[in-house]
Design a protein around this ligand. Structure first.
Ligand SMILES: Cc1cc2nc3c(=O)[nH]c(=O)nc-3n(C[C@H](O)[C@H](O)[C@H](O)COP(=O)(O)O)c2cc1C
Length: 200
């Protein structure tokens, strides 16, 4: 089994980095091969170019590498904080540039792109770990939980990926080290469960 693990957080001592390390350690323990990428550390360029829009391959070697890895991965992990109800721009750029046709989705012959897509990520498992500073009731009632819609419907649903789990850890600003340890354990357990379910 193989996993792509993508992290978007600029500070190496952040809770998000701790989730990233926890997920990678657990996957290694379970003998899953990992393609782990800290997008800031790798200086991933999130900006789509005009030339890239019209081609299947990019001039940017990182984009091609991430796309190749995505295709052969059984698990797709995305770890990032809630920034304005969205992923940080560097992760949005990963979505724009890497989760691309014809590898992640395509349209039937004769369809110019206005019809229904053919999902190409079918059979993979998507797991998203998020952090935020808004309690659950306010997130749902006032903001409508936009990250759930982005990942579940706009990205994974669009690409035909059905096995999906997203966990939001909150409220980070009010958490102490004990609670954070519990959160990391929970992320490790979710990771292990996802791998074991798949291995059955
Ligand atoms: C640019 C920016 C935008 C943010 N927007 C939100 C937001 O919309 N909702 C929210 O609950 N928290 C928001 N936050 C708070 C972060 O989600 C919070 O700091 C982070 O999840 C904590 O995890 P960390 O310790 O790994 O940084 C924002 C933080 C920044 C820096």
């Amino acid at each position: 089994l193989r996993a792509s693990v993508l992290l978007a957080h600029p500070y190496e001592k952040s809770l998000n980095h701790a989730f990233y390390r926890t997920v990678c350690d657990k996957l290694k323990e379970l003998n899953v091969d990992i393609f782990a990428h800290d997008l800031y550390a790798e200086k991933f360029d999130p900006v789509m170019t005009r030339r890239e829009l019209g081609t299947d391959r990019s001039d940017d070697a990182l984009v091609n590498q991430y796309a190749d890895e995505l295709q052969v991965s059984d698990f797709l992990f995305f770890i990032h904080p809630n920034w304005w109800g969205q992923p940080p721009a560097i992760m949005k750029g990963y979505i724009d540039r890497v989760i691309r046709p014809p590898y992640a989705y395509d349209f039937p012959p004769g369809d110019s792109g206005g019809g229904l897509p053919i999902g190409k990520l079918k059979g993979k498992t998507g797991i998203v770990f998020n952090t935020s500073n808004t309690d659950e009731n306010r997130e749902t009632a006032v903001f409508g939980d936009p990250l759930e819609n982005i990942w579940k419907n706009c990205v994974f649903g669009f690409c035909g990926l059905e096995r999906y789990c997203r966990k939001m850890f909150r409220v980070v600003a009010d958490s102490d080290s004990n609670l954070r340890k519990e959160w990391l354990k929970e992320a490790a357990d979710i990771t292990e469960h996802a791998v074991r379910v798949r291995a059955i």
